[in-house]
Design a binder for this molecule. Structure first.
Ligand code: UD1
Length: 343
């Protein structure tokens, strides 16, 4: 890795990217954000600035545009490492627009790898997902579990991207893929959080919007799963914990001397929490009434998935700091704040 402190953060105006930019500043790095703002806007860039009191270096453009990307590398580099968050992530939308998902999520990764190669940048942290496992045979799931057939085009793009990285790393890349479980919550300052486009697909933004009266009620998708309370089980992890793992991953690569390497890590807490437990915890922690009903299963949902985080805990010297209660409280505080920020 070069001695430069500059880190290129693609998708740095998005939910996980923006939280990571804050942690990069806190650790003495100089993040440079690249984002096309197609699924984000300047709200989180302002939040980063308010938290860090630093000027954010920002380039607006598409990661699939090789010429644009090359210009960013020339004018803002040299980069020590690239954090590649830029991707589409809505499971439902990917079913409706599969080609857009394949073009964007795979095209941006291939373009980025080519430009990295042209500029002699080797180190990359890739945003993968636990969706690559499908429904694992055993939980907690560890990194050696086989990929099952992806339930959605979105999931398939993450599997294909990981395959591309596996094939390409030996040509001179040093790559870490982080398989996120379910990132939730918001920055404790309430200056950063998730901004869903339209009605949220994900559980926690739907909970907070319902609690805020924006949605009439929450529907729990399926109460007849083979779990202790009949609802699905996930591994919910605070977004700031996800962010700090990226800083640890950069440091991990720095300490490794290999010319090329590829490592995959689960990024989860190791604790499986059911949808119903999460709802009850939200009500308890916030004291807010949350109208909900139990409805039909959502097609494509996995019954039960949570991480075995032993590998990431050991190799990256990382562990989670925030509890589920913290995550839900921060998500709620953000929900109350977000409308002021957007107006
Ligand atoms: C999905 C993807 C994950 C991706 C994430 C980001 C899969 C298996 N997982 O996570 O890879 O990174 O989206 O978008 O494709 N639920 C309700 N009511 C709601 C919303 C959700 O009951 O209104 C339930 C779901 O059925 C599920 C759980 O809450 O059991 C979590 O859902 P969600 O937040 O959408 O995340 P995943 O589907 O786990």
């Amino acid at each position: 890795m070069s001695l430069s402190k500059k880190i290129l953060v693609t998708g740095g105006a998005g939910y996980i990217g923006a939280h990571t930019v804050v942690e990069l500043f806190a650790s003495g790095y100089e993040p440079v954000i690249l984002d096309d703002l197609s699924r984000s806007d300047r709200t989180l860039l302002n939040g980063i600035q308010e938290i860090t009191h630093r000027d954010v270096s920002f380039f607006e453009g598409d990661c699939c545009d090789k010429q644009f990307l090359s210009e960013v590398f020339k004018s803002a580099g040299p980069f020590a490492c690239i954090l590649h968050f830029a991707a589409y992530k809505s499971v439902g939308e990917s079913v409706e627009k599969p080609l857009e998902y394949y073009r964007n999520n795979i095209g941006s990764l291939v373009t980025l790898l080519e430009v990295m190669q042209d500029n002699n940048v080797r180190d990359l942290i890739f945003s993968s997902s636990c969706t690559v496992y499908g429904q694992p045979d055993h939980v907690p799931v560890n990194e050696s579990a086989p990929f099952k057939r992806a339930e959605s085009p979105y999931g398939a793009t993450k599997q294909v991207c990981e395959r591309i990285l596996e094939d390409a790393y030996s040509t001179g890349f040093r790559i870490v893929s982080l398989r996120y479980f379910n990132p939730i919550g918001a920055h404790p300052s309430t200056l950063l959080g998730e901004i869903p486009i339209g009605a949220p697909n994900n559980l926690v933004p739907y909970i907070t919007q319902t609690a805020a009266g924006i949605r009439e009620k929450l529907t729990v998708f399926g109460g007849d799963y083979d779990t202790h309370d009949g609802t699905c089980i996930r591994d919910f992890i605070h977004v700031v914990d996800v962010a700090t793992a990226h800083v640890k991953a950069i440091e991990y690569l720095k300490q490794r001397s290999e010319e090329s390497l590829y490592e995959v890590f689960n990024l989860g807490t190791g604790i499986g929490v059911s949808v119903m437990q999460l709802i009850k915890k939200f009500i308890r922690v916030t004291g807010i009434n949350l109208p909900y009903t139990v409805g039909a299963r959502r097609p494509g949902d996995i019954e039960k998935v949570f991480a075995d985080p032993a590998k990431v805990n050991k190799a990256l010297h990382w562990k989670v700091k925030y509890s589920i209660a913290d995550s839900l409280l921060h998500a709620w505080q953000w929900e109350k704040k977000i409308r002021d920020l957007k107006n």
